[in-house]
Write a protein that binds this ligand. Structure first.
Ligand code: UT7
Length: 329
């Protein structure tokens, strides 16, 4: 890959809402059990945003922590990209609220709607612009209030998700966290596997839509499961081949926190053990665009990311789409 400037990660941060919701909470209104949820997903609890706590509020906390980690002030930011499928409102982009709350007076910005792959999409966009010299730095935030679109009558989906935000600051020529490899893809023909079919320009929200709960997220869990296992493997293999390294050279994989069984199944045919995979889905469940940046920040702060190590990010989700990034810490 030819780059004009190197791009590194100057700081990271994350935020999760205070309210902890254990699996047992769902037993009170759904035909499910804590054991079923944990054994089928690896999830034990998740965080739910407080009433009135919007996506930009979560972004704000995570962004301030990333800025502090980078030793930067908001007015130094050139660009902010927010990845989310649960914006504060449909217009304007959530980044407008974040830019205002942060006081990032010089920054431009936009949102990216690419679900679980969204934060890596934001990273790839910022990387290209910084490498080309268009900007010198960018705050990328993955944040979701998925509780705002979860169908709490569907036991096959609502048990899987949680709310949270993760952020990073990409900077030109920063020596740490250099981006070495990026790749993305999509199979749009499979869009129905994860969707929220009403509320956009194709289908307005009507009384009928609300009665059918089509304004909420719908999932074909089994289809996504099969797709995700294969895609995880392919992305890992492609990354290794492109970098010309072996599995032993990878220090840590930070995957989308989708389901422990998906991750374990994918690894069966790869020469890499679970102790080099960072997992926090037991505590936060699936937070879509926020999942990788929360996990990466946690991993760093827990001492799991060592200087000089190769770190691999793997994401897949609605679209169906996918992305993969490798960095050197
Ligand atoms: O980030 C992308 C978004 N995430 C996803 O798309 C999730 C990917 N998929 C998955 O994680 C898994 O497919 C699920 C966790 C959603 C489901 O696990 P599974 O092992 O694939 O179960 P299944 O869908 O094959 O269902 C097995 C049984 C069914 O009952 P019958 O037909 O065998 O009688 C389901 O109705 O489990 C039932 N079931 C439940 N039972 C108790 C489904 N959800 C639940 C539940 N509690 N919450």
């Amino acid at each position: 890959m030819k780059t004009l400037r190197e791009v590194g990660i100057a700081g990271t941060g994350h935020y999760v809402p205070e309210r902890i919701v254990p699996n047992s909470w769902f037993e009170s209104f759904l035909d499910t059990s804590s054991d079923w949820i944990e054994s089928r997903t690896g999830m034990r609890e998740r965080r739910f945003a407080a009433e009135g706590e919007a996506c930009s509020d979560l972004c704000l906390h995570a962004s301030r922590r990333a800025l502090e980690d980078a030793g930067m002030t908001p007015d130094e930011l050139d660009l902010i990209i927010v990845a989310t499928v649960t914006p504060d409102q449909l217009l304007p982009a959530t980044v407008a609220f974040l830019q205002d709350k942060l006081g990032a007076s010089r920054a431009g910005g936009w949102d990216i709607t690419n679900a679980c792959t969204g934060w890596l999409s934001a990273m790839m966009s910022a990387y290209g612009m910084i490498a080309a010299g268009t900007i010198d730095n960018c705050l990328i935030v993955g944040a979701e209030v998925l509780t705002s679109i979860m169908n709490f009558q569907d036991r096959g989906s609502c048990i899987l998700f949680g709310d949270g935000a993760g952020a990073a600051i990409l900077k030109a020529d920063h020596p740490r966290g250099r981006i070495l490899y990026t790749s993305s893809g999509m199979d749009g023909a499979q869009w129905e596997a994860i969707s929220r079919s009403a509320g956009g320009s194709k289908r307005a929200i009507t009384h009928e839509v609300v009665e059918k709960r089509d304004h909420l997220m719908a999932l074909k869990g089994n289809d996504v499961f099969k797709f995700a296992v294969g895609k995880f493997r392919d992305l890992m293999r492609e990354q290794i081949d492109a970098l010309g390294v072996g599995y032993d050279d990878i220090g840590l994989v930070v995957p989308h926190q989708v389901n422990i069984r998906i991750i374990e199944s994918a690894l069966k045919k790869l020469d890499i053990d679970m102790d080099r995979i960072y997992i926090n889905l037991d505590r936060y469940s699936n937070t879509s665009a926020a999942s990788i940046p929360i996990a990466f920040d946690e991993a760093r702060k827990a001492g799991r990311v060592k200087e000089g190590e190769l770190i691999s990010f793997i994401a897949f989700g609605a679209g169906l789409g996918w992305g993969s990034v490798a960095i050197r810490w």
